[in-house]
Each structure stands twice: as C-alpha cells, then as structure tokens.
Design a protein around this ligand. Structure first.
Ligand code: OGA
Ligand code: FE
Length: 329
C-alpha cells in the first residue's frame, strides 16, 4: 500500500498482470448490444442515462437531497472491502476493516472537508436511493433515461431493478475486488474511476472468502501486493480495464469481478449504479455445457447447504476436503 503513492501527473499503478481495455462503444452500436447479451463488459457512451444528474456536486446535493440519513464508511487506508454485518457473529475474531456511520448529508460534507485536510481517514458514502430525498433530486432521478435502461433489461431478460446505489468517494478510494450477484450498469456522474474487471473464469485466481465469512464475494487477493506463496494462482490473473468519465456507463455482468478506484484529483467522484436481479437459471431452459456463471451459482448453493447442515463454520473446510481428497482429486 505504501508503495502506491500516486504522483501528481496521475500516473496509474502498473499491475503485474495483463490488462486489456474494455471496449468503449456508442450505446447504439450493435456490437454494444451483443456484448451485453453475451454478458461481457462494455463502456457505453451516449446513453444519456444520468444526464439529468451531471450537474450534481456536493453543494447541490447538500441543498437538495433532504435531511435523511446516509451510510458513510470510513477507512484508515484507501481500501473499502465490503462486509456483511449479519455474518460477523459466526466469526468472533473478525475485525471490520472500515467503520460504518449514519449521518445526514451536510454532516457528511463537513466530515469530508476535515478528512481532506487531515488526510488521516478516507470516507466513502454508499447509500441506496429511496423516496425520502428532496424534490429536485427526485426530479433529476425521474429524468434518467429509463427508456433506454428498461429496454436493456427487457432485451436481456433480466429481472426487476432491485436498487440504485449512490456512491460518493474521496480521491484514491478503492473498492476491493469482489463480485456481485446482480447485473449492474454503473453510471459515472463526476470525476473519473479506474475499473479493473476479471471474468468469472478467474474464480480460482482470486480466492474468494468462504460463503459464511463476512467478506463473502470478496477476493482475499490484494491486487496491489500479490502474495504468490499464499495465493499461487493469482500469478495467472488476466484482467480488463476501463477508465470511466462523467456520462459513461459501465456494464458489469453478474459474477464478474471488479475493483474500482477513484482517480486522484480534486474533490470527489460521484456514481450511481443500477442493479438488476437475475432470473434463477433453473427456471429457464437449460443448455449444456453450463456457463461458468451458472456453475458459480451452483457452487454457492452447495456451499451454503453444507454450511447450514453442519451448523459450525469450522467444520466446512475439513468436510469438503474429505469429500474430494483422493476421490475427485
Ligand atoms: C458496484 C461497485 C464500487 C465503486 O457498483 O457494484 O462495486 O466504488 N461499485 O464504484
Ligand atoms: Fe460491486
């Protein structure tokens, strides 16, 4: 981490693995639709998805977002690795890597200014957008290009929109590499973000935490400091990269790994994501061979079933080992 000081000329950290560019295409390019249909990442330009929010900045939000509470994570370093509070009781030794606080928006802005001055902490606001926001923000929200995004949802037979997350990050913040169980359009509103993506096929190179762990869906690998002794297959990592600018929309397919860095600059980055549920593939007509994503869904179900049946998270590893060792290995 200490080797990752970012210089003034915006030099990006050079990863020791291959990174190819995520295709950057106009929303009306047929190839863009093909990529989405095939669950491959793409940066879309010209969608106008969040044009009605491109004027958002901290002052406008402070004046118009209302007095509801926002979830703000605080980190002593630049990493924000998500954790599920409900999985902490089974892991007595678990220390949350970030603090979570609820505050109204103007408290957030005050705290942000303080942190920018002292540089001791990093803050990351991550709040699901609900109804209890001010009128003008609701108006901007209603004016998103819902026509385009609904059309995508229908074309690709996704389930319903589950939520929109508002993300406001300080320069240098990194959302650690993880995957989500939903389809995602990540729309950039302000500032730039560097996104690294890895296909679901890289599962073994990224060593996700066990499903019962608070860091479920997160990789144990630190991409900026690979530990090849502990995680030898991380040497085989091959990723994709996209730099998001305001107005860009990144399609992050379900089960695709992603790490997202707010690029050093003045001020903050603002993004809004659109998470769509996926249909349970068992309810669709199944064709073989199964896709990697389908296999990951199966693995998650089986891992969960074993964990629940044993009733003790410490027994899961030995149990699975005796099931396969010398029999399937
Ligand atoms: C996401 C996500 C993190 C970020 O939208 O799924 O992980 O920092 N975003 O933008
Ligand atoms: Fe994510």
């Amino acid at each position: 981490m200490s080797t990752m000081e970012t210089s003034k000329d915006d030099a990006l950290y050079e990863y020791p693995f291959e990174l190819t560019d995520v295709p950057r295409l106009s929303f009306d390019d047929p190839q863009a639709n093909r990529l989405i249909a095939n669950q491959k990442p793409v940066v879309l330009t010209g969608t106008n998805l969040v044009n009605s929010a491109l004027h958002w900045d901290l002052n406008y939000l402070k004046d118009n977002i209302g007095n509801s509470l926002f979830t703000v994570y605080q980190s002593k370093n630049r990493y924000f690795r998500y954790y599920e509070p409900r999985k902490i009781p089974q892991h007595k030794d678990f220390k949350p890597p970030t603090l979570q606080a609820e505050m109204n928006f103007s408290e957030f802005v005050d705290k942000l200014k303080e942190c920018q001055k002292t540089g001791i902490h990093k803050l990351y606001l991550q709040q699901l957008l609900f109804q209890n926001i001010g009128e003008r923000i609701i108006k901007d929200f209603i004016s998103f290009n819902w026509d385009w995004i609904n059309q995508q949802k229908n074309l690709n037979r996704w389930g319903p929109l589950s939520s929109n997350l508002l993300l406001i990050a300080m320069a240098g913040n990194i959302t650690s590499v993880h995957y989500d169980e939903q389809q995602n359009f990540l729309a950039q509103v302000r500032g730039r973000k560097r996104c690294l993506l890895f296909s679901p096929e890289q599962f073994e190179c990224l060593y996700p935490y066990p499903i019962h762990h608070p860091h479920d869906r997160q990789s144990q690998v630190n991409l900026e400091n690979l530990n090849l002794k502990k995680f030898p297959k991380s040497a085989d990592l091959e990723g994709m990269q996209a730099i998001l600018e305001p107005g860009d929309v990144l399609y992050i397919p379900v089960y695709w790994w992603h790490q997202i860095e707010s690029l050093p600059q003045n001020g903050v980055t603002i993004s809004i994501n659109f998470w769509y549920k996926v249909r349970n593939f068992l309810e669709e007509s199944i064709t073989y061979p199964l896709t990697t994503s389908q296999k990951i869904a199966i693995m998650r179900n089986i891992e969960k079933m074993i964990t629940d049946a044993l009733g003790n998270v410490d027994e899961v590893g030995p149990f699975m080992q005796s099931m396969v060792l010398g029999r399937y290995t």
